[in-house]
Write a new protein. Structure first.
Length: 255
């Protein structure tokens, strides 16, 4: 199946948060024979700059002033930022085709709705959707079905970011081929942080709506490790969300 990128020539790319930026930038890099314009917020700007050699940066008003020459507005989606929502709204207002790529597994309706609609989502919520919504894996496809998205707007595509990473690791493995080195007897744990409390607060007005926060999870993990493992051969690494402050877990670690 062709992507919205295949069917357009002049494309405005809009992104804000990290996950969507990784997926969308990989998709753009794989379709280099187009005229792209970029409307970015951080951390998306840095991610795109690491993959795209030259970026023609514009602001969202570009949609108003170039509505006749833009074939497609292509966005990622964000939970906290309104950047993509505003782009979708402007594109629809100017009758420019707009497509969005989903990279996450929660808050699908909220990713397209103004925040004031979140508590009481109206029956007309589908009017806020772009012309096309692209999902990059089976789980996302199942979620949009459960969320009752109009299926005539839903299209499946490959996850170009994961394809790129798979090729990168394969090349790295081939480069390192040689004598097998026995790994050290260390326990290595990578904790990937997700600000679930902030998402619960925004969606349900209660940070502990799910019964726990990400800080509670880290507390439980650390308590388990302290009770069951020798800390001398344990390596615990945090991968913070771009929305997390750098010192988010400092008190837990030093305490």
């Amino acid at each position: 199946m062709n992507s919205p990128v295949d069917r357009a020539r002049n494309i405005l790319v809009v992104a804000s948060e990290e996950g969507g930026a990784e997926l969308l930038s990989s998709m753009i890099k794989a379709k280099a024979n187009k005229n792209y314009f970029f409307c970015m917020e951080e951390p998306a700007t840095k991610i795109f700059a690491g993959k795209i050699r030259r970026m023609d940066l514009v602001d969202l008003d570009f949609i108003n002033s170039n509505r006749r020459s833009i074939d497609l507005v292509l966005t990622s989606t964000s939970f906290i930022s309104d950047h993509e929502r505003r782009a979708i709204s402007l594109a629809k207002k100017n009758k420019v085709k707009v497509a969005s790529v989903l990279d996450h597994w929660i808050g699908y309706r909220q990713r397209f709705l103004p925040r004031e609609m979140w508590k009481n989502i109206p029956v007309t919520w589908m009017n806020q959707l772009p012309d096309e919504v692209w999902v990059a894996d089976r789980s996302a496809f199942e979620i949009v079905q459960k969320e009752k998205f109009p299926m005539n707007k839903i299209f499946r595509t490959n996850n170009q970011y994961l394809d790129d990473m798979s090729l990168l690791f394969e090349n790295e493995e081939n480069r390192k081929k040689g004598p097998i080195i026995k790994p050290k007897n260390d326990i290595k744990i990578l904790y990937i942080s997700e600000p679930v409390s902030e998402e619960a607060r925004l969606m349900h007005a209660d940070p502990k709506f799910r019964g726990f926060t990400e800080v509670d999870i880290v507390k439980a993990i650390l308590q388990f490790l302290l009770e069951n493992y020798k800390m001398t051969n344990l390596k615990f690494r945090f991968r913070l969300s771009p929305n997390d402050p750098p010192d988010k877990y400092d008190k837990l670690i030093t305490g």
